[in-house]
Design a protein around this ligand. Structure first.
Ligand code: ADP
Length: 406
């Protein structure tokens, strides 16, 4: 009797364990976390809990990997699309959509043809599938704005599987930089041509009898000297620009008094201002200690003073400076010819001149203001201008007080 009761109890316990194990497996199947085994002696429950933990860890690792891949894809600046054998989108990233002017990545299943509407892209895909190897081409996209992209279509998987990875690399910025470089070289050549032609002409005139022309020969030599000075100035400005534009260019920071620096610059320009019958003054004020690249700030102030004197017929040039604990500024205000509002946005471009004849006649290189802009940017500061034709212009440079950009 006792034996039967023991067997019965044993059977009941077994049935309970089987029920518990079945429940556990059901929970696992539903993706619910398995509770810790209630009875550590229950080997099956312990093994199932271990299996659950291991499976969960593997799933978590896969999910992390997937999230990472998604993040990379989402932040990639290249447009990426996976297209199946039927030409339907499997995946695209945001950059792909943005390059094609679509607000969102393509829905899986959408025919690429409908999403992109770029016939060249379709033929690139066809070629990649037919040839079974990566195929590339540059193509023009028109929406939302004209862009040039380098497209690569790479067949994936087994030959003939038909899945193709498309990568679009935006070349617009590269092309723009190329154009800027070409324009720059053309501008420099143009700037060199005039003084060189003039140098050659006057030298030849001197050689062809001009040396015997006692009255005019000194004048010829003076022109040659002036043109040489002009070339020298151009070379200096080009060098300054190259240094300022060098990747990784840093200001050489030191602490100095901005007002004292302006005083020195004004003293250096006073003879020129006097010759032009212009008043030149610094508004009085206390010391303005700042941390900046002294040499560069001297150059910026000199360029602005040089312009103010060059483009002011009569009146005065006033220099003012000020600041609070975060920023310091100085400005050069003249009563010169001024400029129309539509000129101002382009003023700081290299070789941009409003008054071409006057700039050239005064030995201007057309680079002075772009150097000032670069110097301000190097310090994480800025330069601005206010101007009115016939009234005058005021250029203001603002700099961080404690030398950002170092
Ligand atoms: P430039 O060597 O020709 O003076 P900048 O880059 O210094 O070159 O200036 C660009 C152009 O901006 C000048 O050619 C001139 O037309 C105009 N400009 C600059 N400063 C002044 C000013 N203070 N008043 C009037 N025009 C100015």
């Amino acid at each position: 009797m006792v034996g039967a009761a023991v067997v019965f109890a044993w059977l009941m316990r077994r049935a309970a364990r089987t029920r518990a194990a079945t429940e556990l497996v059901r929970r696992m199947a539903r993706g619910e976390p398995a509770p810790a085994a209630r009875d550590p002696g229950d080997a099956l429950a312990v093994a199932l809990a271990q299996l659950d933990a291991a499976t969960r860890a593997r799933f978590d690792a896969l999910a992390r990997e997937r999230d990472e891949r998604e993040r990379i894809l989402a932040h990639l600046s290249d447009g990426v699309a996976l297209v199946d054998a039927a030409g339907r989108i499997v995946r695209t990233n945001h950059a792909f959509a943005a390059l094609l002017g679509a607000p969102l990545p393509g829905e899986p299943g959408t025919p690429l043809q409908d999403f992109a509407r770029v016939p060249e892209l379709d033929s690139l895909l066809r070629r990649a599938r037919a040839e079974g190897r990566a195929t590339e081409a540059d193509m023009r996209l028109w929406a939302p704005e004209p862009r040039t992209v380098h497209a690569t279509a790479t067949p994936l998987g087994a030959p003939g599987a038909g899945t193709v990875l498309v990568v679009l690399h935006d070349l617009t910025e590269v092309e723009r930089l190329d154009r800027v470089r070409q324009d720059f070289v053309a501008n420099v050549s143009h700037e060199l041509r005039t003084p060189l032609t003039s140098l050659r002409g006057y030298a030849e005139t001197l050689l062809d009898g001009g040396l015997d022309d006692v009255e005019r020969r000194a004048g010829f030599v003076r022109v040659i000297r002036d043109q040489a000075v002009r070339l020298e100035r151009l070379a200096q400005d080009l060098l300054s620009l190259a240094e300022l534009e060098r990747p990784g260019a840093r200001p050489r920071l030191e602490r100095f008094d901005l007002r004292a620096l302006l005083e020195q610059q004004i003293a250096a320009f006073r003879p020129r201002a006097a010759r032009a019958r212009l008043e030149l003054a610094l508004e009085p004020g206390g010391a303005l200690p700042i941390v900046a690249d002294r040499g560069r700030i001297e150059q910026a102030a000199a360029n602005l003073l040089d312009n103010a004197i060059k483009y002011t017929e009569r009146g005065r040039v006033d220099v003012r400076a000020g600041g609070d604990h975060g920023r310091a500024w100085f400005e050069v205000a003249d009563t010169g010819e001024g400029m129309a509002a539509e000129e101002l946005p382009r003023l700081f471009e290299r070789f941009y001149r409003v008054d071409k004849a006057r700039s050239r006649a005064r030995g201007g290189t057309g680079l002075g203001l772009s150097i000032v802009k670069h110097i301000a940017a190097l310090h994480h500061g800025e330069v601005g201008v206010q101007s009115q034709p016939g009234v005058g212009s005021t250029f203001r440079v603002t700099l961080p007080r404690e030398g950002a950009g170092g």
